[in-house]
Design a binder for this molecule. Structure first.
Ligand code: BGC
Length: 752
């Protein structure tokens, strides 16, 4: 860790200027160091847990030196090494006055030791907040968020987040850098895997579920951790899907597409926000006063703090808006980033900036106030230490694995099922199980696997063996690797296919093909995997494709070759049971796509709620069909659902009235299933053009075979029929609207 390096700032080349600056800095540092000391006679009200939080915070701030304040704004990390032999040495490096640690150990005792340093060796005993990326699980790994959204099951997602919170808390964490709310429409961008897909409303709904799951009823309760909404904002629009690149975002798109999930997360109580890497139309997200202060703090009244993304302060120099790190510090801090993740820029340059009069003390105090508020709400001052329980009581408890399996299974999407190829019923006596994913225990967890371990994963192979034991003969062959051009396994695979009744091929992506810095120029699987399928087609047996990926795939060729396709995503620890359950029919697929699968990579961007073109019938690519291969919302089941016509409670409503839309869904097949109804609204004319349709509500319900269930959508005009302009102002215009469910479209009118 670097300490104040005001003395070594290379930019201060002129010796006289250097001396003047040094004097000024010294005076400022002394001034703000001595005054609080004098105030030390004051009672330390901040230690009184019965005093109001704001009173405690003000009291503490009045006692802090400038250095102590700036240290609160610093997040430090010491790397991955938490080997007990090294802990002593490493611990010496952690300053007791540090604000936050990016904590990469799973050891609660180590955390408690570090925390003890802060509580006992720092002058004021301010606790450290320990953060980490528990994105889709900690030790129990849940499916990637993109998959979770396909479950449309906000309750399960919330539960998975509270399990993550519990495992994390018991490992020494107070804070996770999740959920990611970047509405993502370019599948080349690897980070599509980390968010909830292409739709704004879906991202908002899952934002609320995740925040409530992590933060529980009260942040001060045991087993709850602070959420962090990221990456604020517009990161997913980086040009061409290249990670970290420029994002050109109109204010209309900013407000209409990107802001709502963050606003929903803030309203749900998210304690913190992370500012993104991206340059938003010339003003980077980590130096953007408008988004960080005008919107987040003033308009939405967020009272927690903003942490920069890893390096996003110093990267302002690379992005060309700051001539050096000092200026980057100034821009980022004054824009509204309170904590500096690992850059040490704030520690290095804020003292000088205060001395120069460029950063007012009031702004420093406000930043510290926000950080302390989160620490107070977490109850860290009273309960700085976490419980230490043995690992077997901490991780992978049976009830956690049950939720993981359910969520994994519910997130899988049956894309195609010709002639009811699936499920694997008694019509199949033997199955060939082929492909690089069958025995994998690494890539199946996806990127950001937290502290997940391959040895905890139930592989697909193990899951299938358990599921089909004594019922179906399983003939395994690898076939080929994920990539490369070694076809030496093809012959064995074809032999196994020839002696089986059907061929199940498990293809997919490696974990680091998506996630951060995981952009790809094509979203097709490597040619070797497609060639394997073509080879196995020679067997003449039904071909079932099981695809594991962190993004939508280009399936234009594979789709033709397969009789059935299931997108299993990256399902995590319980992959084996979840996949086997879907194949056997023990679990009826209920996932629906949270992101569109284009025909080809060149069709990107394509998403369900695009604006209509000026010539809707023309202008499409001439070499591929005009539609996507599988649209947002697509997903089949082993049963059939019949929808009644949509019933509206009225055909005309006033702006202050509500309209109820209902649809009765009958499970007309033989299997019990869960069906999600997605309710869309279309506004055909408005002062600002509207998307073709917009998701406004969804609901998932269990329907037994033969049963009927009514789904209901209460339309609130201000919420569901209004639109936002480029300043973030809402408008509600009268006129005709449509409610849309599947291919039904019913009109109603909004009057004054
Ligand atoms: C990522 C963030 C993550 C942070 C801390 C960054 O590189 O962009 O999503 O939370 O690292 O690990």
């Amino acid at each position: 860790m670097s300490s104040f390096n005001i003395w070594t700032n290379k930019k201060l080349q002129n010796p006289t200027a250097f001396l003047i600056k040094m004097k000024k800095t010294l005076i400022t540092v002394l001034l703000f160091s001595i005054l609080p000391l004098a105030a030390q006679n004051k009672k330390a009200i901040y230690k009184d847990k019965n005093a109001p939080i704001e009173t405690r915070i003000e009291n503490l701030i009045s006692l802090m030196t400038l250095e102590e304040k700036i240290m609160q704004m610093n997040q430090w990390t010491y790397g991955k090494n938490a080997n007990p032999n090294n802990i002593g040495e490493k611990m010496k490096e952690v300053s007791p006055t540090i604000g936050s640690l990016l904590y990469r150990s799973t050891n609660p005792e180590y955390r408690n030791q570090v925390q003890k340093k802060a509580m006992t060796e720092s002058r004021l005993g301010i606790p450290i907040i320990f953060g980490f990326d528990a994105i889709h699980g900690y030790r129990t790994v849940f499916p990637i968020p993109l998959a979770q959204a396909c479950s449309w099951n906000t309750d399960l997602v919330k539960e998975s987040c509270s399990i993550t919170a519990k495992e994390s808390w018991l490992s020494g964490l107070d804070w996770t850098f999740s959920p990611m709310l970047d509405v993502a429409r370019d599948a080349r961008w690897g980070r599509v895997s980390e968010g909830y897909g292409e739709d704004t409303y879906a991202n908002s709904a899952f934002a609320v579920a995740a925040v409530k799951g992590y933060q529980g009823k009260s942040l001060s309760d045991k087993y709850t951790i602070a959420a962090c909404l990221k990456h604020y904002i517009g990161y997913s629009l980086s040009e061409g899907g290249r990670d970290y690149h420029y994002s050109d975002i109109s204010n209309q798109t900013l407000w209409e597409t990107f802001m709502p999930p963050f606003e929903a997360g803030i309203k749900a109580g998210a304690a913190t926000v992370m500012s993104g890497f991206n340059d938003i139309s010339g003003v980077p997200a980590s130096a953007n006063y408008y988004t960080l202060t005008e919107v987040l703090k003033k308009k939405w009244k967020h009272d927690g703090f903003v942490v920069s993304d890893w390096g996003s302060v110093i990267q302002l120099v690379d992005q060309g808006v700051a001539k050096d790190i000092k200026e980057a510090t100034l821009k980022s801090f004054m824009a509204g980033v309170e904590m500096d993740m690992v850059d040490n820029a704030y520690v290095d340059f804020l003292p000088e900036l205060v001395a120069d009069g460029k950063v007012p003390m009031a702004s420093i105090d406000e930043a510290v106030r926000r950080i302390l508020r989160v620490k107070m709400k977490l109850g860290l001052f009273e309960n700085p230490y976490v419980d230490v329980v043995p690992e077997e009581k901490r991780y992978l408890l049976p009830e956690y694995l049950k939720v993981a399996e359910e969520l994994a299974a519910e997130s899988m999407v049956l894309l195609k099922n010709e002639k009811q190829t699936l499920p694997i019923t008694s019509k199949y006596k033997s199955l060939a199980i082929i492909g690089p994913m069958v025995k994998d225990s690494v890539h199946i967890m996806g990127f950001w696997e937290g502290m997940g371990r391959p040895q905890d994963v139930e592989t697909i192979y193990e899951g299938l063996q358990k599921e089909f034991k004594k019922k179906v003969v399983l003939n395994y062959a690898l076939g080929c690797d994920f990539d490369g051009d070694d076809k030496s396994g093809f012959a064995d695979a074809l032999t196994e296919a020839n002696k089986s009744d059907a061929v199940v091929i498990f293809l997919g992506e490696k974990a680091n093909w998506s996630g951060e810095n995981g952009s790809r120029s094509t979203i097709a699987l490597p040619k070797i995997q497609e060639d394997l399928v073509a080879e196995l087609q020679k067997s003449g047996k039904p071909i079932i494709l099981m695809l594991s990926s962190g993004r939508p795939l280009e399936l234009i060729r594979l789709n033709e070759m397969a009789d059935a396709i299931v997108e299993i995503w990256q399902p995590g620890t319980t992959a084996g049971s979840a996949v086997a359950g879907i194949l056997s029919g023990r679990r009826n697929p209920s996932g629906k796509l949270s992101i569109t699968f284009p025909q080809t990579t060149g069709q990107i961007p394509i998403y369900y709620n695009m604006r209509e073109s000026s010539r809707p019938k023309s202008g499409h690519y001439q070499d591929i069909p005009r539609d996507a291969l599988y649209w947002f919302g697509h997903g089949l089941s082993y049963t059939t659902y019949d929808y009644s016509p949509i019933k509206l409670s009225a055909t005309k409503i006033r702006k202050n009235e509500k309209l109820v839309a209902e649809v009765e869904v009958t499970n007309s097949g033989n299997a019990t299933g869960k069906e999600t109804v997605l309710w869309f609204i279309k506004d055909p004319f408005a002062t600002i053009s509207r998307p073709m349709k917009e998701l406004k509500s969804f609901e998932k319900k269990l329907i037994k075979a033969g049963e009927k269930i009514v789904y209901r959508f209460e339309i609130d005009p201000m919420k569901d029929l209004s639109y936002v302009d480029s300043f973030g102002e809402r408008h509600l215009e009268t006129g005709n609207f449509f409610v849309i469910v599947n291919d039904q479209k019913v009109q109603f009118e909004l009057i004054d």
